[in-house]
Each structure stands twice: as C-alpha cells, then as structure tokens.
Design a protein around this ligand. Structure first.
Ligand code: HEC
Length: 123
C-alpha cells in the first residue's frame, strides 16, 4: 500500500513538472502576447475604444494606425496608460477623461505591456 502511494506521488510530481514545462516558461511569442493584450483590452478598454479598438463617437479614439501610439516608445505608452489623460490635459481633444489604467487599477504592468503589444499589432 505504501509503495502504491509513493508511486502516485512520483506520478503526480511528473505531471506537475510537465505542466510547468509546457505552460508559462517565459517563452511566449509576440503573437501570444498580442492575443493576451486583446483579451485585456476588451475587458478594460473596449467600453470606450470599442471591442476592436475601432473607437467610439465622443469616447475613446480609434487606435488603429494611430499617430499618437506610433509616436511613443513602448515604455512611454505603458506610462501613458498608467497616468491616463484627464479632460483638463492640454492635449485632450475630446473633453472626456482617459482614466488611469482605463479605470481598472487591477491591471498589472505585465497586462499593460501585453496591451501595448496588441496596440503595436494594429498600427
Ligand atoms: C472611460 C473611457 C476610456 C477607457 C475605459 C479607456 N480609454 Fe483610452 N481614451 C479615452 C478618451 C476619451 C481618449 C481621448 C482623450 C483625448 O481626447 O485626448 C483616450 C485616449 C487614448 C489613447 C491616446 C489616443 C490618441 O490618439 O491620443 C490611447 C493610446 C488609449 N486611450 C488607450 C487606452 C487603453 C489601452 C485603454 C485600456 C487600458 C483605454 N484607453 C481605456 C477614453 C477611455
């Protein structure tokens, strides 16, 4: 009985290791990151920018072929997303707040980076 239990543990350990090797592992491609970014984008940004970033009248702008996105480095874009652009900001053209982190404080830096990869994929 003890042996069988031990064998089970070894088997379970093996499965867990395999899972770890196949899952995360850091080797995610830009395509995977962009896909993750789109998931995050739809959750947080889609309400104002549209589910496919096509923009909404009087709300978030179209982010396809967007000159502002194109003019920023990845780091600057992440920083922009952290800060947002209040309606009182001199560069705000719509008179509507772009809230910090799109109003979702739960977004991590990794999430924001994935969103930036997604934004790059639609330029
Ligand atoms: C509550 C609505 C709202 C949400 C949610 C929101 N945005 Fe915005 N966003 C805006 C508005 C409004 C503007 C335009 C501000 C202006 O007129 O300059 C804007 C501007 C931007 C710009 C600059 C575009 C340009 O041409 O200057 C980017 C990039 C952007 N948003 C990305 C995002 C991302 C990514 C998210 C999700 C993390 C997000 N926004 C969530 C409303 C929103």
């Amino acid at each position: 009985m003890r042996e069988i239990f031990g064998l089970w543990l070894v088997l379970l350990g093996g499965v867990a290791l395999l899972g770890a090797a196949c899952g995360g592992g850091g080797g995610s491609t830009a395509t995977e990151e962009a896909a993750q970014g789109l998931v995050q984008f739809r959750r947080t940004c889609g309400v104002c920018h549209g589910q496919n970033a096509e923009g909404m009248p009087r709300l978030g702008k179209n982010l396809h072929n967007n000159p502002f996105v194109a003019s920023q480095t990845d780091e600057a874009l992440v920083q922009f997303l952290i800060e947002g652009r209040p309606a009182t900001h001199p560069e705000n053209t719509r008179g509507v707040d772009m809230p910090p982190k799109g109003g979702n404080p739960a977004l991590t830096n990794e999430n924001l980076q994935q969103i930036v990869v997604y934004l790059r994929s639609i330029q």
